[in-house]
Design a protein around this ligand. Structure first.
Ligand code: FES
Length: 106
């Protein structure tokens, strides 16, 4: 279990206990956290689960795969800390993770 803080573009925070093995995207969708659309259901094929990983967590979340990188090109307002949240697997090491959602996923 890892406590993840999801912060909406407007500043609203949602602190959720997410089960190990789920993705950061699934943790949001299953708990009705707004701001992550996840149109493709986690197949790395839509880029509507875009989040910004808090700088302090970049090392622990690792770097995107080549497939994720190319999918990120379809998202708006990409930053160096942009990730597709369906591609970040929740582990105990991510307890305390903070991610921010973009203004819009489209
Ligand atoms: S849910 Fe579609 S790319 Fe992540």
């Amino acid at each position: 279990m890892a406590k993840i803080t999801y912060i909406e573009a407007g500043g609203a925070e949602h602190v959720i206990d997410v089960k190990t093995g789920l993705s950061v995207m699934e943790g949001a969708v299953k708990n009705n956290v707004p701001g992550i659309d996840a149109d493709c259901g986690g197949a790395c094929a839509c880029a509507t689960c875009h989040v910004y990983v808090d700088e302090a967590w970049l090392e622990k979340t690792g770097s995107p795969s080549a497939m994720e990188e190319s999918m990120l090109d379809f998202a708006e307002n990409i930053e160096p800390n942009s990730r597709l949240s369906c591609q970040i697997k929740v582990t105990d090491a991510l307890d305390g993770l903070i991610v921010r959602m973009p203004e819009s996923q489209h």
